[in-house]
Design a protein around this ligand. Sequence first.
Ligand code: AMP
Ligand code: GLY
Length: 423
Amino acid sequence: MNILILGSGGREHALAWKLNQSPKCKNLYVAPGNAGTAAIAKNIPIGVNDFQKIEEAVLENDIDLVVVGPEDPLVNGVHDYFLSNSNLKNIPVIGPQKAAAELEGSKEFAKEFMIKHSIPTAAYESFTVDTLENGYKFLESIAAPYVLKADGLAAGKGVLILNDLEEAKQELHAMLANSKFGNASKTVVIEEFLDGIELSVFVLTDGEGYKVLPTAKDYKRIGEGDTGLNTGGMGAISPVPFSTPEFMDKIHERVVKPTVEGLKTDQLPYKGFIFIGLIKVGDDPFVIEYNVRLGDPETEVVIPRIENDLVEVFQAVAHQKLDEINLKIDPRTATTVMAVSGGYPGTYEKGMEITGFENIADSIVFHAGTKLENDKVLTNGGRVLAVTSYGDDFKKALKKSYQNIEKLHFDRINYRKDIGFDL
Ligand code: AMP
Ligand code: GLY
């Protein structure tokens, strides 16, 4: 098979790494890819939202399967584009259609879905500029901390958690009246604050059946001890040590089953990954968000634990035969630590040469923000490299990730030294 992956991060490198191991994978392409994917696949320099160029690349390279990494093209309807095009409609796309991608594209849509299908989530109300005064009153009626969420896609920045009522009102005003997050904050969801520990569950569905993939936990803040600004993710661990069988049963019964059933009931066509962000409050799971794709850097620990041939698994998704797949999961723990550019998530420079790859032993280095130039690997983003390792437990795996990340060098490299500190 000829396979095309859309995206350019660590998630896409991890998917490419895994698909490349399949004897069924003939030619592998990544658009636009990075220096890591260039070593195992052919990069095609086109954007993930340029559907016309994607169409050309698919036809030119006889692509048989498309795997969508990030949410943007899904929310923009890349799957629907394929289905409505006579040249492309028989080429399977892994990723939901636009209507279902609204689970990530609109927080309000996701909340309505959860309420409708009795999926546990924080209580909420949503507001627009016309109901701003009601929004202030709602804030006055609830206790701090205040959770304000821009309804639309805001590159992971659209959620504010504030302790001060006046500040919360000001931010609500900024979001609704001053377009703080552009169109994404035309509607704002205000929700009850949930106090607990977070984890994510990944589900793969073909629209009928589904498989629950390994759990993972990521570390979003830039600073040690979970302090400072939010990032895309500074590290991850799979499985999450507190995901006991009893707790997983609750997630299964209360969240995963009703989610997949709800998609069917609501006629939201879904062939792809569902990333369910959860908070464990006491002993109970609550959904904080749905994403319609895999997480990054969670993919860099979840995919390496799947022992099946991923091409076979994706073919089963495409043909609605996922029930026939017997998923095999590596019992070891996988961890990843992300090396980022100095200054990230604020301003940072790109184009620093990265060295030391040849010294890595017993870890896998997934490239996130890198590019190849004159045979040199250069930094090309905030998150640069994810160093993934296996171990009998998360401490052993992390030890390897840290031993190896020290061997990688670029100007102003930064990484968190305390991944797993809270476990
Ligand atoms: P989201 O973009 O929805 O994942 O939200 C970003 C982060 O905000 C989450 O990873 C949580 O840490 C936090 N968060 C979101 N909703 C809530 C909530 N209702 N209670 C507490 N924390 C939340
Ligand atoms: N690591 C969080 C995300 O991919 O959204």
